[in-house]
Structures are given as structure tokens and as C-alpha cells.
Design a protein around this ligand. Sequence first.
Ligand code: EPS
Length: 390
Amino acid sequence: MSHFTFLSAGESHGPQLTVIVTGVPAGVRLDRERINRDLARRQHGYGRGGRMKIEHDEIEIVGGVRGGETLGSPIAISIRNADFKNWEAAMGVWEVDANEAHKRRVHAPRPGHVDLIGGMKYDRRDLRDVLERASARETASRVAAGAIAKELLRAFGIELRSGVVSIGPAGDPDRATTWDDLGAVDDDSPMRAVDRDAEAAMVAEVDKAREAGETLGGTIVAAAHNVPIGLGSYVQWNEKLDGRIAQAILSIHAVKAVAIGDGVAAAQRVGSEVHDPIYFDEEHRYHRTSNRAGGLEGGVTNGQDVVVRAYMKPISTLRRGLPSVDIETHEPHRSQWERSDVTAVPACGVVCEAMLAIALADAMREKFGGDSLGEMRGNFEGYVARVGEY
Ligand code: EPS
């Protein structure tokens, strides 16, 4: 199977998350520390709730890898939910304690979450059955799969970065952001902000929202560097890589919009201020001096950085609750709250990197195929040499 993709299973307060990654060629060296570092990066960020103090996410690989090298078979990963020990009575796989389950039941759906609609669609009367899988805890699975994608991309010199450009009203959602700007993002800073000067205002907005029982969204820039020319295709709608990247990013919890390159802003300018002029000289061959297209023209990579902007809405679990209805009595009832993040925008940046890596790894596998990394690399090098002579 040459397509790079993954399947995940697991509930937020169940025993573990399980991830199966397919389409990785044999012979890719995996770095456990690097993969776990991405999981830790996802847990970080000012504004997270109590859960992140309980979890210490780490991968356990239980298939597809021998001696740190991929075998070409599906890679099976588990990430334990440390919190399960506090939830076992209500979330046990074979048995649940009726009292515990009743105490933990969710009967006042959160507007903005899928609680109510999921209950109707899957015929569940305890909305916890919906919440558990719909939770953004699932993004830990994405980051694990994305870390495998990054290991494959790294073998071809492709790297990924991300940073936060706005949180609520603080920062600038349109901030022009280069690869070097993203290189200066400090993973240990409270917000992983691109503009360090905006960080204090972002922190203050989160404090203000926390006090008010509110939540906040924000804007993220994720980018990939050293991407070869020609991934994706213009010949069919579903082969266009911009569309595939947009789907990958929009599938992330609470992300409601995505822009490639200057995307949204470009709609308000004239053409000459949007398109990146083409130049040629013997030393640099074909090149550009701007990247407003975000590395994609006609749904195909053009060799420039692939730049994606993701817009995240505020988390729908508010401490102050929102007007809702009790599904047992049909009476008005404020939406329920146990604990939640005030914002998870810094974490979402890491998830965006992962999903962008997955979309690019899939496009790389599609173009260069091969069962082993050596075979894939041979195809890649032949193609890159040919394009370089164009
Ligand atoms: C998350 C785990 C969850 C939430 C958050 C993300 O843990 P709990 O529900 O036990 O507090 O912190 O989930 C959401 C934001 C959501 O909308 O569901 C995680 O591991 O990232």
C-alpha cells in the first residue's frame, strides 16, 4: 500500500489511544525521542486545563518496527491515558459501575460541540458516549502519526514548523510569517508565538477569559520547507494538494477555516499584488522573490515553502456554560462543565504540523512510490535531477 494514512481508535478517558499508520516504506529510521518530543510539544501551552497535568504522553510501538527501523508493514502505536485509572468505574470496557456512570453522565449538550447531534445520530442517551471520542484528546494520535510522517519526510530533507500569530483579540491573524520567523518560535514559551512582543498580551487575554469562565480561539501558521516541485496534480479535483491539505487541517478539532499562503487577504487585492513573479538565472534557475501563493500553484507544489494558516474557534466547553437543554427533561439547562482548556491554540499548531506532514507524506508516497526507502529515494533523485535541468 503506497498511500500514507492512519487510523486511530480510543476514547478520551478510555485505557489508551491506538494508532495504525500505513504506507511507510521499509528502512526508515525512527527516533523515539523526537516522536515523544512532538507529543510533549502538543501538551504544552498557556491556557491548558487540568488534564495535561495528569498525562505524560509517550508512544509505545507494538508493530511494524524492528531495531528502530520500519519494516514496510503497518506501524501500530499505543499512547496510554494515565487518567483512565480515575475513570475506570465509569469507562470500563466490559463493565461500568451504574452509580459512577450516572454521576459522570452528560445530559446538557455543549453548543458548538457534537454532543447533541452525535447523541441523535448514534442513538446514545448518555452524551458521554459521544464526547469521549469527539474530544480533542484524539489529536495525540494525529501527532504520533504525524511524527512518523515527519521521519519519512526528513529522509528527503523536508522539515516542518509552526507558530501562533493570534489568540482571541491579541496578536495579528494576518501577520506575514516566513520559515525563519517560525524557526525563532520557542516551544517552551507560553504561547509558541511568532511575535514575542505579542506574547504578554496573549497571556493577558487568556487570564481574562479564564476569570470570565470563557474560552478563546486563535490563528496558527504551519509551514513545510524543502518540499520538491510537483507534489499533487492539477488534472483532477481530488488530486489537488491544496484541497487535500485543507481537508487535513479542517479536520482538526475546532479549526473552522484554513488559508494557503496569503489566501484570505489575496481576495481583496489586484492580481499583480498577489501572484509571485517568475525569474531565471543560471545560478538559481527558476526562482521567485515572494511566496504569496504559499508554495502551491494549481494544486501543485512549486518548490517554495508550503504555508498554511489555520483558524481555530474558541473551545466549546465553557466554565460559565451556555444556554442548552437537558435531554432527559427537555427543560432549559446550561451546558455542563467539569474542566477544560481556556485555549489550546499553541497545541493546535503542533497538530497542524502533524496533519500537514501527513498530507505531504501521502503526496510523496504517491509520486515516488517504492517499497523501501532506497527505492523511493532512487525515484526521487532521478526526478529531482530531471526537474533541475528544466
Ligand atoms: C485533551 C484532553 C481533554 C481536554 C481537551 C483536549 O481532557 P479532559 O476532557 O479530560 O479535560 O483537555 O479536549 C478538548 C479541548 C475538547 O474539546 O474535547 C487533549 O489531550 O488534548
